[in-house]
Design a protein around this ligand. Structure first.
Ligand code: C6P
Length: 420
């Protein structure tokens, strides 16, 4: 036996996931609201930003800001490098094949509208169909209704069961030779359901149907891999992934984007303009007319840097434990009914309380320092499916803790007492 073989194997580092340490990165979390420490449980609407993002935005605006792609001067070159650098970070983060597949947009809503306008509308004919699901956000319903109305096409809707899970067999039945696109949410904002999107993409592709995934609520809770999912389009917003507002991403497969007409006309999306004929720029500029949200793009790049160094296995395990704990604690309150109890769920707790309107709950919780969202969450068909006008929604992030859940439960019990 050699000397080295007798050495004890080093123990794997047991770093553990420490949400408390991460909270220190998020200044907005450390304040009092109405005399109570803030409990921020409205992350699905928009998440808070870490110092790394706030500071990088301030640094960029102070030192490097100028318009991009246009100037030969130093500041324009620095700004262009930072903005295009953010595109590279996003490509790597979501494992897209090519940086040309990353289109900067205003957010998920604009990304979906871009696909509706430039990919679907031009070839949508009378009697064609767009397949989607009951659990879509309005931004993945209305653009398709608009396109279908204009072209005499039809929106077909796959149902969900009482737990808020997609009925896959019913979805499969909707996929016919008339289906021009299947578009669905990766993670539901109103229910928290995580859809088995990889399987669904494969199911659609077997029939030659392209797939758009609305990733707005998935990307803050998990790593996503475009080559693994093999979806044709994926849409997400920076402000739900710890970055700034007003910027987001449409990922699209290069061969599809190349074949699509521009979404909007203007500066930066052309190569030559004459009154006789205009030649468009190549990808990704073809879809990015006008001066974009330059600082927003750079800020999103900083958010990606932050997320790249996150212990994702730890974050996912922590959020799962918060979800389990929150579900258990809410279930102890007899007046509470959870809406959305899927087997695979992100850390979203949507619920109704007998005899109390969600808006009243939201208002009283706020007086206790607990920030939640009350309403239909821009998913009215989900509310209709569960026969409720609205829900109260606590949506968690990796920086939330069991103490946050306890604060919610305490404030909720107080609210219920008020209405007794
Ligand atoms: N949902 C919520 O509180 P924008 O506004 O474009 O960044 O994202 C729209 C959007 C699209 N899809 C899903 C699944 C979403 O959750 C959202 C935004 C927020 O649930 C605001 S309504």
């Amino acid at each position: 036996m050699t000397a080295t073989a007798t050495l004890a194997k080093p123990e794997p580092a047991t770093t553990g996931f420490d949400p408390e340490a991460l909270r220190a990165d998020f200044p907005a979390l450390h304040q009092e609201i109405h005399g109570h420490p803030l409990t921020f449980l409205d992350n699905a609407a928009s998440s808070q930003r870490p110092n790394a993002v706030i500071d990088e935005i301030a640094r960029f605006d102070r030192n490097d800001y100028a318009n991009i792609h246009r100037g030969v001067h130093e500041l324009s070159q620095r700004a262009t490098k930072a903005y295009e650098g953010a595109r590279d970070k996003i490509r790597q983060y979501i494992n897209a094949r090519d940086r040309k597949e990353i289109i900067f947009v205003r957010g998920t809503t604009e990304a979906i509208n871009l696909v509706a306008s430039s990919f679907v509308r031009p070839s949508l004919n009378l009697g064609d169909e767009i397949a989607l699901t009951t659990m879509e956000h309005h931004s993945n319903i209305v653009p398709w209704q608009m396109a279908c109305r204009e072209r005499g096409a039809v929106v077909r809707v796959a149902p969900i069961n009482d737990r808020g899970e997609l009925e896959l067999e019913e979805l499969e039945k909707l996929l016919t030779p008339r289906t021009k696109l299947l578009t669905l949410v990766h993670v539901s904002n109103a229910l928290g359901t995580i859809n088995p999107v990889k399987e669904i993409v494969a199911m659609a592709h077997e029939r030659g149907i392209p797939v758009l995934l609305d990733g707005a609520q998935a990307i803050p809770h998990m790593r996503v891999d475009m080559q693994d999912l093999d979806c044709d389009f994926y849409a997400f917003s920076s402000h739900k992934m710890f970055g700034p507002t007003g910027v987001g991403v449409l990922y699209g497969k290069k061969e599809l984007l190349e074949a699509m007409a521009p979404y909007q006309g203007g500066g930066d999306m052309i190569s030559v303009v004459t009154f006789e004929k205009t030649f468009y720029a190549g990808l990704p500029a073809k879809f990015e007319a006008g001066t974009p949200n330059i600082t927003g793009g750079v800020g999103l790049g900083a958010a990606i840097d932050y997320l790249e160094q996150l212990d994702w296995d730890g974050a996912v395990a922590h959020e799962n434990e918060l979800l389990r704990y929150g579900t258990e604690r809410l279930s102890e309150i007899p007046e509470v009914r959870l809406i959305g109890t899927a087997n695979r769920k992100a850390s979203v707790l949507s619920f109704v309380v007998d005899g109390v309107h969600p808006h009243d709950i939201g208002t009283i919780l706020d007086r206790e320092g607990v920030a939640v969202r009350a309403g239909h969450h821009c998913a009215q068909p989900v509310m209709q499916r569960f026969s409720v006008p609205a829900t109260t929604r606590a949506s968690l992030a990796f920086y939330n803790t069991k103490e946050d859940v306890d604060a919610l439960i305490r404030a909720l019990r107080k609210t219920i007492e008020v209405f007794k």
